[in-house]
Design a protein around this ligand. Structure first.
Ligand SMILES: *[C@@H]1O[C@H](CO)[C@@H](O)[C@H](O)[C@H]1NC(C)=O
Ligand SMILES: *[C@@H]1O[C@H](CO)[C@@H](O)[C@H](O)[C@H]1NC(C)=O
Ligand SMILES: *[C@@H]1O[C@H](CO)[C@@H](O)[C@H](O)[C@H]1NC(C)=O
Ligand SMILES: *[C@@H]1O[C@H](CO)[C@@H](O)[C@H](O)[C@H]1NC(C)=O
Ligand SMILES: *[C@@H]1O[C@H](CO)[C@@H](O)[C@H](O)[C@H]1NC(C)=O
Ligand SMILES: *[C@@H]1O[C@H](CO)[C@@H](O)[C@H](O)[C@H]1NC(C)=O
Ligand SMILES: *[C@@H]1O[C@H](CO)[C@@H](O)[C@H](O)[C@H]1NC(C)=O
Ligand SMILES: *[C@@H]1O[C@H](CO)[C@@H](O)[C@H](O)[C@H]1NC(C)=O
Ligand SMILES: *[C@@H]1O[C@H](CO)[C@@H](O)[C@H](O)[C@H]1NC(C)=O
Ligand SMILES: *[C@@H]1O[C@H](CO)[C@@H](O)[C@H](O)[C@H]1NC(C)=O
Ligand SMILES: *[C@@H]1O[C@H](CO)[C@@H](O)[C@H](O)[C@H]1NC(C)=O
Ligand SMILES: [Zn+2]
Length: 799
């Protein structure tokens, strides 16, 4: 039998809540000062007075222009992630792109010289222009505190051509604007447009839109500025969790979307055709489509039995068949586009512990037209009286079927195995699952503050760091009636082998909206990135070893450990929103946790620049006056670090190639004495980290425009901040630099670091200045070996 396991993607299903022991010393910091700042609050605090709060108008734009076809982007939008962005924001922008890929037909790709592209940078505040302005580089700002996925989705919806929801022509039928409560001078933010100006695309007014202002927008005082005509929606408007159904409908209508890149299939077994799934003929039993089984489940998972004449799931009656009997349910043939998939489904075992469910994949290739069968995962466990969420990572590149095989075990069964609510998408599975059962009771009895705080079980990241999530069920004392959530590093088995402070891991905490259709879920999430140089109040490294900077805590079984300080937010989700949608289902909530290494995003536009092959001249981004910390992180491999964050597998490959070759460009080593670091990863491939500070000499005389192309040597002129900037051509080991591309550089010069790829022609043309950052980085760069087996051990205990 083949045991196939992807250690990085292991799932811990935990069925009980861990109550915290008193550990008052644990400190927590709020990412956003504990204030649930909306886009408009952030921009206002910065003194920005942008059109409607976060829209950048340009000269070409009559502010009432209808969004015509020439303002649309191509389906695949080229982007550049500028170095100015915070690391957490970079990681989140890529996650927002994944949401677009899952739910719409819009895709994003690193800019490769296309005429128009979006430059995402850290400006002051969060803002965007509306539509494709057809002006080459188009800026979109993700400033401080804008690093929330809903905010990023909102700004990109502007860029795609959408105005705010409450500026629709018919808005007065749905909301009342309280003009006397608006700060004077800000009234224009509540303009509305007639229907020749903004097209509502025949979609109803949407209180739940991610494009709607909240009730507090631009208020002077404490009273709401927007009152919904249906009072139930007062606290609904202004959500920044995810796209609403109507947001997606509008986007899909505007762009004529019919399919999405990463969504593959969903099945809740409500229809008799069971989504085209078939009963295999190679087994000796069948799955049945039922709505109830005496031994459990009593209801399906989709509707929890609330809908009459519906609510079906598939059931394999293990009490009716002999030991060793099997029943196989096969999906229809599916066609992958991206090469990695996440299969999610709910499973209910009312049979016996020895009854098992196997997930297989049959892959059809030209060499094996009849298919090759691979066992992906074996799911076993004691019977339980509730549905359990499972995630299975697949890695299929040619057309395939998924097979669910139930096997009757040796024990006595009164029930059987049931599955429901299957989703398959070409996305990455979450790494860990924290299932909190009996949640309503918890919500009703938890006091505010630390007395109502619970901790997740310990988890390990694929790099080997141990961590834990703390959840204040009834909010912190300062912020009651909210869920507050914090990520803590805790002492773990590998601490001696790991580098400290922990560098550039992004932890994402998602409260799952358990809506049946994955595309309609509006899960709530926040991410935290471990900045190795961040300091706590006593000037220790915030993300240093928990046994150095943490405090003692105890697991429920009494074992002591050390818990580091937490980073997160006390304004994760209001109770009001928590009780809406499907966050609580079957009286449980799921918190999905993913901790991944995003250090590859440190390097200059890892995805954008390397793939440049323009016919005439190839270009790189040059920032005339900026100082950039550049860490070239050659990673050969890792499904974990590449697949999630790279838009397509082909880009992943090209990026990997280009960064990997930077090691061979040995000028990097000649500039610094940084030691290579071997980090613990799931794959045994080492990651080498080299870091230097690079500065480009400041630009002096700026020319007026690009019209009389100031760039020499076939450089391309583009306008940045109304000033022309040259993007200069480069070859494998040479490049042009200087503000007019007048100077030539090559890898022979040791004052310059070149990160180049052998296929492509990317080079970072910046002059090296060595500062103390190099030393600090060296400090947490220490060799580590012999630790690979940890994750394997861990995966065994997980099922
Ligand atoms: C806010 O309201 C107060 C009292 O009505 C008024 O004096 C003040 O000018 C207002 N401020 C703004 C910015 O509108
Ligand atoms: C969508 O379809 C309409 C009608 O066929 C067409 O006018 C429009 O240009 C299309 N939009 C895009 C973005 O392709
Ligand atoms: C399962 O099989 C047993 C034995 O044949 C039968 O008594 C029971 O009703 C079956 N359960 C369902 C849900 O059909
Ligand atoms: C595929 O199956 C068909 C029919 O069962 C059989 O005739 C054929 O030999 C098989 N091909 C291979 C490559 O196994
Ligand atoms: C994914 O599949 C490909 C080929 O099917 C294989 O080479 C690769 O190692 C797999 N990756 C993982 C992480 O399983
Ligand atoms: C939830 O937990 C409380 C306390 O542990 C218990 O009294 C209650 O019966 C539980 N409710 C359910 C539905 O399990
Ligand atoms: C939750 O916190 C609020 C605000 O302090 C408090 O009024 C309420 O009683 C708390 N709930 C429980 C169950 O203690
Ligand atoms: C997948 O989709 C189904 C049907 O649309 C839904 O009911 C279910 O909750 C989803 N399943 C999971 C595990 O996400
Ligand atoms: C106590 O629980 C922790 C975390 O679940 C586990 O790692 C540890 O091994 C347990 N200790 C004992 C003695 O069971
Ligand atoms: C590059 O330019 C030449 C002529 O300058 C042209 O023949 C060739 O097709 C171009 N290649 C690409 C990839 O555009
Ligand atoms: C570069 O492209 C331009 C047109 O885009 C063409 O006029 C010029 O000849 C090309 N140069 C080379 C060296 O191919
Ligand atoms: Zn906006």
């Amino acid at each position: 039998m083949v045991w196939f396991s992807v250690p990085a993607l292991l799932t811990w299903l935990l069925l009980q809540v861990v109550w915290s022991q008193p550990a008052p010393e644990t400190t927590e910091i709020d990412l956003d000062g504990g204030i649930d700042q909306d886009i408009f609050d952030i921009n206002e605090a910065l003194g920005l007075n942008l059109f409607e709060g976060d829209i950048k108008l340009d000269g070409l734009q009559g502010r009432n222009s209808i969004i015509g076809d020439n303002y649309r982007w191509p389906y695949t939008i080229p982007y550049v992630l500028e170095d100015s962005l915070e690391m957490n924001a970079k990681g989140l922008i890529l996650k927002a792109f994944e949401q677009y890929r899952l739910k719409t037909c819009i895709d994003f790709k690193p800019w490769e010289g296309e005429k128009d592209y979006i430059s995402v940078f850290k400006g002051s505040g969060c803002w965007s222009s509306v539509g494709n302005r057809q002006q080459g580089l188009q800026q979109l700002s993700i400033g401080a505190n804008c690093d929330r996925i809903g905010t990023i989705e909102h700004e990109f919806l502007h860029a795609l051509g959408f105005w705010h929801e409450q500026s629709r022509s018919d808005r007065d039928d749905y909301v009342s604007i309280m003009w006397d409560r608006i700060q004077s001078g800000y009234e224009h933010n509540f303009n509305k447009y007639d229907d020749t100006t903004s097209d509502s695309l025949n979609v109803p007014y949407d209180y739940t839109s991610v494009m709607h202002y909240s009730k507090t927008a631009f208020r002077n005082g404490t009273e709401p500025t927007i009152i919904t005509n249906i009072p139930d929606f007062t606290d609904v408007i202004g959500q920044r969790m995810d796209f609403s159904d109507y947001d997606l409908q509008k986007l899909n209508r505007l762009y004529n979307c019919t399919s999405s890149l990463s969504f593959m299939d969903t099945c809740s077994f409500e229809l008799e055709n069971i989504c085209g799934m078939i009963q295999s003929s190679d087994d000796n039993s069948d799955w049945q489509r039922l709505s109830q089984v005496p031994a459990g489940p009593n209801t399906d998972h989709t509707n929890m039995g609330e809908c009459e004449d519906s609510g079906y799931f598939m059931h394999f009656n293990t009490s009716a068949v002999g030991e060793g009997s099997t029943a196989v349910l096969e999906s229809r043939i599916l066609y992958p586009k991206r090469g990695f998939q996440c299969l999610q489904f709910y499973f209910y075992n009312s049979g016996h512990e020895s009854d098992q469910l196997y997930v297989w994949v049959t892959e059809y290739t030209s060499d094996h037209p009849n298919g090759t069968l691979t066992l992906i995962e074996e799911i076993r466990g004691s019977p339980a009286d509730y549905w359990q969420l499972h995630h299975v990572s697949l890695n299929v590149t040619s057309k395939f079927r998924v097979l669910f095989q139930g096997v009757r075990g040796t024990g006595v069964s009164n029930g059987g195995l049931s599955i429901d609510d299957i989703n398959l998408s070409e996305t990455q599975c979450p790494h860990h699952v924290w299932h909190i059962r009996n949640f309503t009771h918890l919500l009703d009895t938890s006091p505010e503050g630390t007395a109502g705080r619970i901790y997740s079980p310990p988890f390990y990241s694929s790099e080997g760091y141990a961590f834990q999530v703390g959840l204040y069920v009834n909010g912190t004392s300062d912020n009651p009636f909210n869920l507050a959530i914090y990520l803590h590093l805790i002492s773990g088995a590998n601490d001696d082998q790991l580098q400290w402070p922990c560098a550039w891991l992004q932890g994402t905490m998602i409260l799952l909206d358990q809506h049946p259709d994955i595309r309609q879920r509006m899960s709530n999430q926040r991410s935290v990135t471990t900045d190795p140089l961040a300091l706590d109040s006593s000037s220790n490294y915030f993300w240093d070893r928990p046994d150095k900077v943490g405090s003692t805590a105890y697991f429920p079984n009494g074992t002591a450990f050390m818990r580091g300080p937490g980073s997160g937010t006390s304004a994760f989700l209001t109770h009001q929103r928590l009780r809406s949608r499907d966050f609580i289902k079957e009286d449980g909530v799921y918190i999905l946790l993913t901790v991944e290494d995003i250090s590859h995003l440190l390097s200059t536009q890892p995805s954008a620049s390397p793939t440049f092959v323009m016919n005439n001249s190839s270009a790189n981004t040059i920032r005339p006056t900026s100082t950039a910390t550049i860490t070239a992180t050659p990673t050969t491999s890792t499904a974990t670090s590449t697949t999630t964050t790279k838009p397509t597998s082909s880009t992943a490959t090209s990026t990997t190639t280009s960064t990997a070759t930077s090691t061979t460009t040995s000028t990097a080593t000649s500039t610094t004495t940084t030691n290579p670091t071997t980090r613990l990863t799931t794959t045994t491939t080492p990651i080498t980290t080299t870091s230097v500070i690079l500065t480009e000499p400041p630009a002096t005389d700026i020319l007026d425009s690009c019209s009389d192309n100031p760039c020499e040597n076939d450089g391309i002129c583009i306008i940045v901040d109304e000033a022309p900037v040259c993007r200069c051509p480069a070859g494998d080991n040479w490049w042009y630099m200087g503000e007019k591309c007048e100077k030539k550089g090559s890898t022979q010069e040791n004052t310059v670091i070149a990160v180049s790829s052998s296929i492509t022609v990317f080079v970072v043309m910046l002059i090296v200045t060595i500062t103390s950052v190099v030393c600090l980085k060296k400090k947490y760069s220490q060799g580590k070996e012999n630790s690979e087996n940890l994750t394997l051990e861990e995966s065994k205990t997980s099922f």
